[in-house]
Design a protein around this ligand. Sequence first.
Ligand code: NDP
Ligand code: HSE
Length: 434
Amino acid sequence: MMRTRPLKVALLGCGVVGSEVARIMTTHADDLTARIGAPVELAGVAVRRPSKVREGIDPALITTDATALLKRGDIDVAIEVIGGIEPARALITTAFEHGISVVSANKALLAQDGAALHAAAEQHGLDLYYEAAVAGAIPLVRPMRESLAGDKINRVMGIVNGTTNFILDKMDSTGAGYQEALDEATALGYAEADPTADVEGYDAAAKAAILAGIAFHTRVRLDDVYREGMTEVSAADFASAKRMGCTIKLLAILERAADGESVTARVHPAMIPLSHPLASVREAYNAVFVEAEAAGRLMFYGPGAGGSPTASAVLGDLVAVCRNKLAEATGPGESAYTQLPVSPMGDVVTRYHISLDVADKPGVLAQVATTFAEHGVSIDTVRQQGRPDGVGNEASLVVVTHRAPDASLSGTVEALRKLDTVRGVASIMRVEGE
Ligand code: NDP
Ligand code: HSE
Protein backbone atom coordinates (compact mmCIF):
# COMPACT_ATOMS: atom_id res chain seq x y z
CA MET A 1 0.00 0.00 0.00
CA MET A 2 1.61 3.29 -1.15
CA ARG A 3 1.73 6.13 1.40
CA THR A 4 1.15 9.54 -0.15
CA ARG A 5 2.63 11.75 2.57
CA PRO A 6 6.31 12.06 1.66
CA LEU A 7 9.17 11.14 3.94
CA LYS A 8 11.18 14.32 4.40
CA VAL A 9 14.95 14.28 4.02
CA ALA A 10 17.44 16.87 5.28
CA LEU A 11 20.66 16.85 3.27
CA LEU A 12 23.54 18.08 5.43
CA GLY A 13 26.33 18.98 2.99
CA CYS A 14 26.11 19.38 -0.75
CA GLY A 15 29.66 18.92 -2.02
CA VAL A 16 31.15 16.09 -4.12
CA VAL A 17 28.86 13.45 -2.57
CA GLY A 18 25.86 15.55 -1.45
CA SER A 19 25.31 17.16 -4.86
CA GLU A 20 25.11 13.67 -6.44
CA VAL A 21 22.71 12.47 -3.74
CA ALA A 22 20.44 15.45 -4.50
CA ARG A 23 20.69 14.84 -8.25
CA ILE A 24 19.78 11.15 -8.02
CA MET A 25 16.97 11.83 -5.53
CA THR A 26 15.46 14.15 -8.15
CA THR A 27 16.10 12.12 -11.30
CA HIS A 28 15.10 8.77 -9.75
CA ALA A 29 12.23 10.04 -7.59
CA ASP A 30 9.64 7.65 -9.06
CA ASP A 31 11.84 4.58 -8.63
CA LEU A 32 12.72 5.56 -5.06
CA THR A 33 9.02 6.05 -4.27
CA ALA A 34 8.16 2.62 -5.66
CA ARG A 35 10.99 0.92 -3.77
CA ILE A 36 10.30 2.63 -0.45
CA GLY A 37 6.51 2.58 -0.60
CA ALA A 38 6.25 6.35 -0.09
CA PRO A 39 7.62 9.42 -1.84
CA VAL A 40 10.82 10.97 -0.46
CA GLU A 41 11.16 14.73 -0.54
CA LEU A 42 14.32 16.77 -0.26
CA ALA A 43 13.12 19.16 2.42
CA GLY A 44 16.27 21.21 3.04
CA VAL A 45 19.96 21.38 2.13
CA ALA A 46 22.49 22.68 4.65
CA VAL A 47 25.74 24.13 3.29
CA ARG A 48 28.51 26.49 4.35
CA ARG A 49 28.43 28.86 1.34
CA PRO A 50 24.81 29.72 0.48
CA SER A 51 25.64 31.87 -2.55
CA LYS A 52 27.36 29.03 -4.45
CA VAL A 53 25.40 28.02 -7.56
CA ARG A 54 24.08 24.46 -7.15
CA GLU A 55 22.67 23.05 -10.34
CA GLY A 56 19.30 21.31 -10.04
CA ILE A 57 18.70 22.40 -6.43
CA ASP A 58 15.86 24.79 -5.57
CA PRO A 59 17.62 27.79 -3.92
CA ALA A 60 14.71 27.98 -1.45
CA LEU A 61 15.93 24.69 0.08
CA ILE A 62 19.40 26.01 0.88
CA THR A 63 20.26 27.01 4.44
CA THR A 64 23.39 27.60 6.47
CA ASP A 65 21.56 26.68 9.69
CA ALA A 66 21.66 22.88 9.72
CA THR A 67 20.57 22.72 13.36
CA ALA A 68 17.41 24.73 12.69
CA LEU A 69 16.63 22.48 9.73
CA LEU A 70 16.80 19.40 11.99
CA LYS A 71 14.75 21.06 14.73
CA ARG A 72 11.90 22.30 12.57
CA GLY A 73 9.82 19.22 13.33
CA ASP A 74 8.98 17.56 10.01
CA ILE A 75 12.27 15.81 9.05
CA ASP A 76 12.26 11.99 8.95
CA VAL A 77 15.82 11.23 7.78
CA ALA A 78 19.06 13.25 7.76
CA ILE A 79 21.88 12.50 5.32
CA GLU A 80 25.18 13.72 6.76
CA VAL A 81 27.76 14.33 4.02
CA ILE A 82 29.64 17.24 5.56
CA GLY A 83 32.56 15.15 6.81
CA GLY A 84 34.98 15.69 9.71
CA ILE A 85 34.15 15.58 13.42
CA GLU A 86 32.35 18.86 14.12
CA PRO A 87 29.73 20.04 13.33
CA ALA A 88 28.84 16.59 11.95
CA ARG A 89 28.82 14.92 15.39
CA ALA A 90 26.64 17.62 16.99
CA LEU A 91 24.24 17.55 14.04
CA ILE A 92 23.84 13.76 14.13
CA THR A 93 23.21 13.95 17.88
CA THR A 94 20.62 16.69 17.32
CA ALA A 95 18.97 14.55 14.65
CA PHE A 96 18.58 11.62 17.06
CA GLU A 97 17.23 13.91 19.78
CA HIS A 98 14.54 15.01 17.33
CA GLY A 99 13.49 11.52 16.21
CA ILE A 100 15.41 11.63 12.92
CA SER A 101 17.27 8.56 11.59
CA VAL A 102 20.67 9.21 10.04
CA VAL A 103 22.58 8.08 6.96
CA SER A 104 26.24 9.15 7.01
CA ALA A 105 29.32 8.72 4.81
CA ASN A 106 31.59 10.00 7.55
CA LYS A 107 34.23 7.37 8.33
CA ALA A 108 36.38 9.77 10.37
CA LEU A 109 33.51 10.41 12.78
CA LEU A 110 32.28 6.80 12.88
CA ALA A 111 35.78 5.49 13.60
CA GLN A 112 36.21 7.97 16.42
CA ASP A 113 32.73 8.07 17.95
CA GLY A 114 30.83 5.14 16.43
CA ALA A 115 30.04 3.55 19.80
CA ALA A 116 28.47 6.73 21.24
CA LEU A 117 26.53 7.45 18.05
CA HIS A 118 25.21 3.87 17.89
CA ALA A 119 24.18 4.15 21.54
CA ALA A 120 22.33 7.43 20.85
CA ALA A 121 20.52 5.90 17.86
CA GLU A 122 19.52 2.88 19.91
CA GLN A 123 18.38 5.01 22.86
CA HIS A 124 15.98 6.91 20.57
CA GLY A 125 14.90 3.81 18.59
CA LEU A 126 16.39 5.13 15.34
CA ASP A 127 18.70 3.99 12.55
CA LEU A 128 22.33 4.91 11.91
CA TYR A 129 23.43 3.60 8.49
CA TYR A 130 26.86 4.23 6.88
CA GLU A 131 27.47 1.99 3.88
CA ALA A 132 29.24 4.85 2.05
CA ALA A 133 31.75 5.33 4.87
CA VAL A 134 33.77 2.29 3.77
CA ALA A 135 34.84 1.61 0.17
CA GLY A 136 32.49 4.05 -1.60
CA ALA A 137 29.94 2.29 -3.79
CA ILE A 138 30.88 -1.25 -2.77
CA PRO A 139 28.21 -3.04 -0.73
CA LEU A 140 30.38 -4.15 2.19
CA VAL A 141 29.04 -2.86 5.51
CA ARG A 142 25.58 -4.36 4.99
CA PRO A 143 26.86 -7.74 3.65
CA MET A 144 29.22 -8.01 6.60
CA ARG A 145 26.62 -6.85 9.16
CA GLU A 146 23.71 -8.81 7.75
CA SER A 147 24.55 -11.43 5.08
CA LEU A 148 27.51 -12.79 7.08
CA ALA A 149 25.81 -12.42 10.48
CA GLY A 150 25.57 -16.21 10.76
CA ASP A 151 29.21 -16.86 9.88
CA LYS A 152 32.55 -16.18 11.62
CA ILE A 153 34.89 -13.75 9.86
CA ASN A 154 38.56 -14.47 10.55
CA ARG A 155 40.39 -12.12 8.21
CA VAL A 156 39.73 -9.04 6.09
CA MET A 157 42.34 -7.67 3.70
CA GLY A 158 41.68 -4.90 1.25
CA ILE A 159 42.39 -1.71 -0.61
CA VAL A 160 40.01 0.78 1.01
CA ASN A 161 41.39 4.14 -0.12
CA GLY A 162 40.84 5.19 -3.72
CA THR A 163 43.21 8.16 -3.71
CA THR A 164 46.27 6.20 -2.62
CA ASN A 165 45.45 3.31 -4.93
CA PHE A 166 45.16 5.83 -7.77
CA ILE A 167 48.56 7.35 -6.88
CA LEU A 168 50.35 4.00 -6.42
CA ASP A 169 48.84 2.67 -9.65
CA LYS A 170 49.99 5.75 -11.61
CA MET A 171 53.48 5.57 -10.08
CA ASP A 172 53.71 1.89 -10.97
CA SER A 173 52.14 1.89 -14.44
CA THR A 174 53.19 5.27 -15.89
CA GLY A 175 56.16 6.23 -13.72
CA ALA A 176 54.25 9.39 -12.69
CA GLY A 177 55.62 11.37 -9.76
CA TYR A 178 53.78 11.38 -6.43
CA GLN A 179 52.57 15.02 -6.60
CA GLU A 180 51.37 14.75 -10.20
CA ALA A 181 49.30 11.66 -9.37
CA LEU A 182 47.90 13.25 -6.17
CA ASP A 183 46.83 16.39 -8.08
CA GLU A 184 44.95 14.21 -10.58
CA ALA A 185 43.20 12.27 -7.78
CA THR A 186 42.17 15.55 -6.13
CA ALA A 187 40.79 16.96 -9.40
CA LEU A 188 38.71 13.80 -9.82
CA GLY A 189 37.09 14.32 -6.37
CA TYR A 190 38.65 11.23 -4.77
CA ALA A 191 40.91 12.89 -2.20
CA GLU A 192 39.70 14.22 1.15
CA ALA A 193 39.65 18.01 1.68
CA ASP A 194 43.05 17.56 3.34
CA PRO A 195 44.83 14.80 1.36
CA THR A 196 47.01 14.05 4.39
CA ALA A 197 44.12 11.86 5.58
CA ASP A 198 44.49 9.77 2.43
CA VAL A 199 48.25 9.61 1.87
CA GLU A 200 49.18 9.16 5.54
CA GLY A 201 46.69 6.32 5.89
CA TYR A 202 44.27 7.98 8.36
CA ASP A 203 41.30 7.53 6.01
CA ALA A 204 42.10 3.85 5.48
CA ALA A 205 42.70 3.41 9.23
CA ALA A 206 39.25 4.87 9.98
CA LYS A 207 37.69 2.43 7.52
CA ALA A 208 39.77 -0.41 9.01
CA ALA A 209 38.47 0.42 12.51
CA ILE A 210 34.85 0.36 11.28
CA LEU A 211 35.33 -2.91 9.36
CA ALA A 212 37.18 -4.61 12.22
CA GLY A 213 34.36 -3.76 14.63
CA ILE A 214 31.79 -5.23 12.27
CA ALA A 215 33.89 -8.27 11.30
CA PHE A 216 34.83 -9.34 14.81
CA HIS A 217 31.79 -7.99 16.75
CA THR A 218 34.04 -5.96 19.00
CA ARG A 219 34.98 -2.31 19.44
CA VAL A 220 38.04 -1.23 17.52
CA ARG A 221 38.98 2.42 17.95
CA LEU A 222 40.95 4.45 15.46
CA ASP A 223 43.89 4.51 17.90
CA ASP A 224 43.91 0.68 17.94
CA VAL A 225 44.75 0.58 14.23
CA TYR A 226 48.46 0.51 13.39
CA ARG A 227 49.00 3.00 10.57
CA GLU A 228 51.72 3.83 8.06
CA GLY A 229 51.11 6.08 5.06
CA MET A 230 52.43 5.72 1.52
CA THR A 231 54.40 8.97 1.09
CA GLU A 232 57.73 7.16 1.50
CA VAL A 233 57.07 4.62 -1.27
CA SER A 234 59.65 5.31 -3.99
CA ALA A 235 60.40 4.36 -7.57
CA ALA A 236 63.19 2.15 -6.14
CA ASP A 237 60.59 0.25 -4.07
CA PHE A 238 58.51 -0.36 -7.19
CA ALA A 239 61.65 -1.58 -9.01
CA SER A 240 62.40 -4.00 -6.13
CA ALA A 241 58.78 -5.16 -6.09
CA LYS A 242 58.90 -5.82 -9.85
CA ARG A 243 62.06 -7.93 -9.45
CA MET A 244 60.11 -10.08 -6.96
CA GLY A 245 57.08 -10.35 -9.26
CA CYS A 246 55.12 -8.01 -6.96
CA THR A 247 53.51 -4.59 -6.88
CA ILE A 248 52.85 -2.23 -3.96
CA LYS A 249 49.42 -1.44 -2.48
CA LEU A 250 48.26 0.37 0.64
CA LEU A 251 46.45 -2.41 2.48
CA ALA A 252 44.10 -2.58 5.45
CA ILE A 253 44.52 -5.97 7.16
CA LEU A 254 42.30 -7.15 10.01
CA GLU A 255 42.95 -10.51 11.61
CA ARG A 256 41.54 -12.69 14.35
CA ALA A 257 44.42 -14.35 16.27
CA ALA A 258 44.83 -18.11 15.76
CA ASP A 259 43.60 -18.75 19.32
CA GLY A 260 40.58 -16.52 18.66
CA GLU A 261 41.30 -14.50 21.81
CA SER A 262 42.35 -11.19 20.21
CA VAL A 263 42.42 -9.28 16.93
CA THR A 264 44.85 -7.03 15.06
CA ALA A 265 44.14 -4.11 12.74
CA ARG A 266 46.73 -2.40 10.55
CA VAL A 267 47.14 -0.17 7.51
CA HIS A 268 50.45 0.07 5.66
CA PRO A 269 51.98 -0.23 2.19
CA ALA A 270 52.85 -3.81 1.30
CA MET A 271 54.24 -5.79 -1.59
CA ILE A 272 51.78 -8.30 -3.02
CA PRO A 273 52.40 -10.81 -5.82
CA LEU A 274 51.18 -9.76 -9.27
CA SER A 275 49.16 -12.99 -9.31
CA HIS A 276 47.10 -11.84 -6.30
CA PRO A 277 43.66 -10.43 -7.26
CA LEU A 278 44.35 -7.23 -5.29
CA ALA A 279 47.37 -6.52 -7.53
CA SER A 280 45.09 -5.89 -10.49
CA VAL A 281 42.90 -3.35 -8.66
CA ARG A 282 43.65 -0.19 -10.65
CA GLU A 283 42.98 3.55 -10.40
CA ALA A 284 40.59 4.60 -7.58
CA TYR A 285 38.95 1.17 -7.35
CA ASN A 286 38.75 -0.58 -3.99
CA ALA A 287 38.61 -4.30 -3.28
CA VAL A 288 38.18 -6.18 -0.05
CA PHE A 289 38.82 -9.88 0.65
CA VAL A 290 36.78 -11.33 3.48
CA GLU A 291 37.68 -14.78 4.81
CA ALA A 292 34.85 -16.38 6.73
CA GLU A 293 34.77 -19.80 8.37
CA ALA A 294 31.80 -21.22 6.44
CA ALA A 295 31.64 -18.99 3.36
CA GLY A 296 35.36 -19.22 2.55
CA ARG A 297 36.98 -16.35 0.64
CA LEU A 298 34.76 -13.56 -0.69
CA MET A 299 35.93 -10.57 -2.70
CA PHE A 300 34.07 -7.25 -2.91
CA TYR A 301 35.24 -4.97 -5.71
CA GLY A 302 34.17 -1.62 -7.17
CA PRO A 303 34.59 2.16 -7.22
CA GLY A 304 35.81 3.24 -3.79
CA ALA A 305 35.46 7.00 -4.12
CA GLY A 306 33.89 9.81 -6.17
CA GLY A 307 30.57 11.61 -5.98
CA SER A 308 28.27 9.38 -7.97
CA PRO A 309 29.53 5.98 -6.70
CA THR A 310 29.40 7.17 -3.10
CA ALA A 311 25.91 8.62 -3.62
CA SER A 312 24.79 5.16 -4.76
CA ALA A 313 25.69 3.73 -1.34
CA VAL A 314 24.07 6.69 0.47
CA LEU A 315 20.82 6.21 -1.45
CA GLY A 316 20.81 2.46 -0.76
CA ASP A 317 20.93 3.34 2.93
CA LEU A 318 18.23 5.99 2.48
CA VAL A 319 15.88 3.40 0.96
CA ALA A 320 16.59 0.95 3.80
CA VAL A 321 16.12 3.57 6.53
CA CYS A 322 12.89 4.89 4.95
CA ARG A 323 11.51 1.33 4.73
CA ASN A 324 12.36 0.82 8.39
CA LYS A 325 10.56 4.08 9.26
CA LEU A 326 7.43 2.95 7.45
CA ALA A 327 7.59 -0.44 9.18
CA GLU A 328 8.16 1.34 12.52
CA ALA A 329 11.28 -0.80 12.91
CA THR A 330 15.03 -0.30 12.95
CA GLY A 331 17.86 -2.17 11.24
CA PRO A 332 20.78 -3.83 13.04
CA GLY A 333 22.67 -1.66 15.50
CA GLU A 334 26.20 -2.07 16.86
CA SER A 335 27.30 -5.63 17.69
CA ALA A 336 30.25 -5.56 20.08
CA TYR A 337 29.50 -8.52 22.32
CA THR A 338 32.81 -10.40 21.87
CA GLN A 339 34.85 -7.60 23.50
CA LEU A 340 38.05 -8.98 21.99
CA PRO A 341 41.20 -7.00 22.81
CA VAL A 342 43.23 -5.48 19.97
CA SER A 343 46.84 -6.71 20.05
CA PRO A 344 49.75 -4.37 19.25
CA MET A 345 51.52 -4.36 15.89
CA GLY A 346 54.50 -6.18 17.44
CA ASP A 347 52.38 -9.35 17.64
CA VAL A 348 51.56 -9.36 13.90
CA VAL A 349 53.38 -12.11 11.99
CA THR A 350 54.25 -11.50 8.35
CA ARG A 351 57.13 -11.42 5.82
CA TYR A 352 59.45 -8.47 5.16
CA HIS A 353 61.44 -7.00 2.29
CA ILE A 354 64.36 -4.93 3.61
CA SER A 355 66.76 -2.85 1.48
CA LEU A 356 70.08 -2.01 3.13
CA ASP A 357 72.98 0.15 1.94
CA VAL A 358 76.08 -1.69 3.15
CA ALA A 359 79.86 -1.57 2.87
CA ASP A 360 80.97 -3.87 0.03
CA LYS A 361 83.67 -5.86 1.86
CA PRO A 362 84.25 -9.38 3.19
CA GLY A 363 82.17 -10.51 6.17
CA VAL A 364 79.35 -7.97 5.80
CA LEU A 365 76.81 -10.47 4.55
CA ALA A 366 77.64 -12.82 7.44
CA GLN A 367 77.30 -9.97 9.94
CA VAL A 368 73.89 -9.01 8.56
CA ALA A 369 72.69 -12.64 8.49
CA THR A 370 73.84 -13.12 12.10
CA THR A 371 71.86 -10.07 13.20
CA PHE A 372 68.69 -11.51 11.66
CA ALA A 373 69.38 -14.90 13.30
CA GLU A 374 70.01 -13.32 16.71
CA HIS A 375 66.50 -11.84 16.60
CA GLY A 376 64.87 -15.07 15.48
CA VAL A 377 64.08 -13.79 11.98
CA SER A 378 64.70 -16.40 9.30
CA ILE A 379 65.97 -15.19 5.90
CA ASP A 380 64.30 -16.49 2.75
CA THR A 381 66.40 -14.77 0.05
CA VAL A 382 69.29 -12.29 -0.14
CA ARG A 383 70.30 -10.31 -3.23
CA GLN A 384 73.34 -8.07 -3.42
CA GLN A 385 74.19 -5.60 -6.13
CA GLY A 386 76.45 -2.57 -6.60
CA ARG A 387 74.71 0.71 -5.71
CA PRO A 388 72.82 2.04 -8.76
CA ASP A 389 74.28 5.49 -8.05
CA GLY A 390 77.75 3.98 -8.46
CA VAL A 391 78.96 4.83 -4.94
CA GLY A 392 82.28 2.98 -4.59
CA ASN A 393 82.80 0.22 -1.99
CA GLU A 394 79.09 0.17 -1.22
CA ALA A 395 76.41 -2.29 -2.17
CA SER A 396 72.70 -2.61 -1.94
CA LEU A 397 71.54 -5.66 -0.02
CA VAL A 398 67.95 -6.82 -0.31
CA VAL A 399 66.78 -9.34 2.29
CA VAL A 400 63.40 -11.07 2.14
CA THR A 401 62.45 -12.90 5.32
CA HIS A 402 60.20 -15.79 6.20
CA ARG A 403 57.23 -14.98 8.45
CA ALA A 404 58.26 -13.37 11.72
CA PRO A 405 56.66 -11.24 14.44
CA ASP A 406 56.80 -7.50 13.74
CA ALA A 407 58.51 -6.92 17.10
CA SER A 408 61.37 -9.28 16.07
CA LEU A 409 61.77 -7.46 12.76
CA SER A 410 61.87 -4.06 14.53
CA GLY A 411 64.57 -5.41 16.88
CA THR A 412 66.55 -6.68 13.90
CA VAL A 413 66.38 -3.34 12.10
CA GLU A 414 67.39 -1.45 15.24
CA ALA A 415 70.46 -3.71 15.58
CA LEU A 416 71.30 -3.44 11.86
CA ARG A 417 71.31 0.36 12.10
CA LYS A 418 74.01 0.10 14.80
CA LEU A 419 76.40 -1.93 12.59
CA ASP A 420 79.30 0.14 11.18
CA THR A 421 79.03 -1.73 7.92
CA VAL A 422 75.35 -0.83 7.43
CA ARG A 423 75.31 2.70 5.99
CA GLY A 424 71.53 2.95 5.97
CA VAL A 425 68.20 1.12 5.91
CA ALA A 426 66.75 2.29 2.59
CA SER A 427 63.32 0.72 2.99
CA ILE A 428 61.32 -1.83 4.94
CA MET A 429 58.18 -3.22 3.39
CA ARG A 430 55.91 -6.02 4.46
CA VAL A 431 55.10 -8.76 1.95
CA GLU A 432 51.50 -9.98 1.98
CA GLY A 433 49.12 -12.16 0.04
CA GLU A 434 51.34 -15.17 -0.61
P1 NDP B 1 32.95 18.10 0.26
O1 NDP B 1 34.01 18.87 0.95
O2 NDP B 1 32.93 18.06 -1.22
O3 NDP B 1 31.51 18.63 0.75
C1 NDP B 1 31.26 19.00 2.07
C2 NDP B 1 29.93 19.73 2.11
O4 NDP B 1 29.64 20.08 3.45
C3 NDP B 1 29.91 21.03 1.31
O5 NDP B 1 28.69 21.16 0.63
C4 NDP B 1 30.01 22.10 2.38
O6 NDP B 1 29.34 23.31 2.03
C5 NDP B 1 29.27 21.45 3.51
N1 NDP B 1 29.63 22.00 4.81
C6 NDP B 1 30.86 22.17 5.33
N2 NDP B 1 30.77 22.69 6.57
C7 NDP B 1 29.45 22.83 6.82
C8 NDP B 1 28.70 23.32 7.92
N3 NDP B 1 29.31 23.77 9.00
N4 NDP B 1 27.34 23.33 7.84
C9 NDP B 1 26.72 22.89 6.73
N5 NDP B 1 27.37 22.41 5.65
C10 NDP B 1 28.72 22.39 5.71
O7 NDP B 1 33.03 16.62 0.87
P2 NDP B 1 32.65 15.24 0.15
O8 NDP B 1 31.31 15.36 -0.47
O9 NDP B 1 33.79 14.76 -0.67
O10 NDP B 1 32.59 14.25 1.40
C11 NDP B 1 31.48 14.25 2.27
C12 NDP B 1 31.60 13.04 3.20
O11 NDP B 1 31.58 11.87 2.43
C13 NDP B 1 32.87 12.99 4.03
O12 NDP B 1 32.59 12.41 5.28
C14 NDP B 1 33.77 12.07 3.22
O13 NDP B 1 34.75 11.43 4.00
C15 NDP B 1 32.73 11.07 2.72
N6 NDP B 1 33.09 10.34 1.53
C16 NDP B 1 33.56 11.01 0.44
C17 NDP B 1 33.88 10.32 -0.71
C18 NDP B 1 34.40 11.00 -1.92
O14 NDP B 1 34.80 10.28 -2.86
N7 NDP B 1 34.43 12.31 -1.99
C19 NDP B 1 33.74 8.86 -0.75
C20 NDP B 1 33.22 8.26 0.45
C21 NDP B 1 32.92 8.99 1.56
P3 NDP B 1 29.80 24.21 0.77
O15 NDP B 1 29.35 23.43 -0.44
O16 NDP B 1 29.05 25.46 0.95
O17 NDP B 1 31.28 24.33 0.87
N1 HSE C 1 39.27 9.97 0.03
C1 HSE C 1 38.64 8.71 0.06
C2 HSE C 1 39.36 7.77 -0.88
C3 HSE C 1 37.21 8.85 -0.37
O1 HSE C 1 40.21 8.23 -1.65
O2 HSE C 1 39.13 6.58 -0.82
C4 HSE C 1 36.43 7.57 -0.21
O3 HSE C 1 36.26 7.26 1.12
